[in-house]
Design a binder for this molecule. Structure first.
Ligand code: ADP
Length: 473
């Protein structure tokens, strides 16, 4: 079986969030069984020399609304997985994948239209059996495939339904889409073009990144306006849980860590905490260390954290926050951090620093309001850091409260936020601190979590079964 796995970001070439992690780890896990190639845009910020990316094959062009876009193909290897890179000026000549401080690039419809059209051509060139598309940036490929290559099989994975690729109606003409698709059954959404709808409507299988999220999005609360549309396509909707690359996230060998450790010996974790607390200037080194890593958005519950900061910082704990996003949230945090000696803030994206934090922390704060899967809690489990979570979406499938009955389907244990409000968060943090003060139970839980299977192997098997099933239809 030949698979082409397409995403707008793949670690380590470009990463803004979990999509990049999954687009690296899943193809790698699949490549043990089938022939897999990944494909992504060759953004201008990608270091071709460092990643040994070289020109590959002839260039070709794609046509959108009678305009031809010239594409050159490049190639690299990502831990053994062949990765194809598409270079086209409009798509790639940007400092970041999706936007800058002024918001998303206004021509993202054209950019990812070009990307999606090129995917169909590459899938044909390589004679692949399955084209696996991820998120809205690739979704129009399902529509064009359905139009011109109906024998072709496509899988579309929703990593986050909140990002749908909504553009003005003129997109139909700009991308040369057939107006027959601009209907409520197709890509039309309240008078606009909705790229995510193309992936849902025209793919053979639609997956989400956790089983619980697949159920949640069928309801208005989590459906982001597409719950009705998804209910219509429920017969081909399936939730498959994400994993992480346990070789990249490995406290025994992670090159980012000053001290390595394992479930059998947590001494290195303690040393990492001491080193980091010193570096970050925390004075109370015996206090529990909480971390938050992620986008500054309401989705990640940062608004709730900010609201509870006065109470949290009055407690004996240290909190380290890294991330970027909403400027208001950023400046509120900055203001408080400037006045507190137990809140440390880094605004930006730093992979190495994030690994150090996962390894040093006692608790990961993850009060997401919704969470398609969430990788942070899986990484935290792997590093023996106890997640303090709101059990929605994929978190519901991966972390149970440590005081609840053991559930064999859920591997990790942490502290659940029972009520989603400031009181609920404070109560969960207090329970976490009680746990921390019960040193033996705390260490036991941390060690047990480290032994959870958070790899991609189980899920890769499930994807393979699905590919087989749609090929044999
Ligand atoms: P998202 O919804 O943002 O994709 P996920 O939980 O699926 O969230 O994945 C987030 C990934 O991005 C994790 O690997 C996390 O460690 C990483 N990450 C998020 N923000 C930062 C940051 N500021 N610096 C470094 N890594 C980050």
């Amino acid at each position: 079986m030949k698979l082409l796995f397409a995403a707008a970001e793949i670690y380590p070439y470009a990463k803004t969030g979990g999509l990049a992690d999954v687009a690296q780890a899943l193809p790698k896990a699949l490549s043990h069984t089938i022939e897999v190639r990944s494909v992504m845009p060759l953004y201008r910020f990608i270091d071709r020399k460092k990643f040994k990316i070289t020109p590959h094959g002839n260039s070709f062009s794609v046509t959108l609304a009678k305009r031809r876009y010239r594409i050159s193909l490049h190639r690299g290897f990502n831990q053994g997985v062949e990765t194809l890179f598409i270079y086209e000026r409009t798509l790639c000549n940007r400092p970041t994948p999706y936007g800058d401080k002024n918001g998303d690039y206004p021509d993202n419809n054209l950019r990812f239209g070009i990307f999606s059209k090129a995917l169909v051509k590459i899938a044909q060139m390589y004679g692949v059996d399955i084209l696996h598309l991820n998120d809205w940036h690739t979704a129009l490929a399902a529509l064009w495939t359905r139009e011109s290559l109906p024998y072709f099989r496509t899988v579309f994975t929703i990593h986050n339904l909140a990002f749908q690729g909504l553009f003005p109606r003129e997109t139909v003409a700009r991308l040369g889409l057939s107006s027959a698709h601009f209907t409520p059954e197709g890509i039309e959404y309240w008078g606009q073009v909705n790229c995510m709808k193309a992936g849902i409507a025209y793919s053979d299988l639609v997956t989400t990144v956790s089983p619980h999220y697949a159920e949640e999005i069928l309801h208005p609360q989590f459906g982001c306006g597409l719950d009705g549309f998804l209910r219509l396509h429920k017969h081909k909707l399936l939730g498959i849980l994400n994993g992480i690359d346990t070789a990249l996230f490995d406290p025994q060998h992670d090159p980012a860590l000053p001290h390595h450790y394992s479930a059998d010996s947590l001494q290195g974790k303690k040393q990492n905490k001491e080193t980091l607390c010193r570096e970050l200037g925390f004075t109370q080194t015996d206090a529990p260390l909480f971390i938050f890593i992620g986008r500054f958005t309401q989705q990640k519950g940062l608004d709730l954290i900010i609201e509870t900061l006065p109470a949290l910082l009055n407690t004996k704990l240290n909190l380290a926050v890294i991330g970027e996003g909403d400027p208001d949230m950023g400046s509120k945090l900055k203001e408080v951090a400037g006045k507190s000696d137990n809140l440390w803030l880094f605004q930006g994206y730093d992979e190495t620093l994030s690994h150090k934090l996962y390894a040093a922390a006692d608790f990961l704060l993850m009060p997401s309001s919704f969470e398609p899967c969430g990788l942070n809690q899986l990484i935290a489990l792997r590093y023996g850091t106890i997640p303090v979570v709101h059990r929605v979406g994929g978190i519901h499938d991966t972390v149970a409260d440590y005081e609840d009955d053991f559930s064999p389907d859920i591997c990790g244990r942490g502290v659940a936020i029972r009520e989603y409000d400031t009181r609920g968060l404070i109560e969960a943090v207090h329970r976490a601190i009680q746990l921390y003060n019960t040193a033996e139970t705390f260490a036991e839980l941390s060690g047990e979590n480290m032994q959870c299977d958070v790899s991609f192997e189980k899920s890769a098997k499930r994807y393979l079964e699905c590919y087989d099933e749609i090929l044999n239809r």
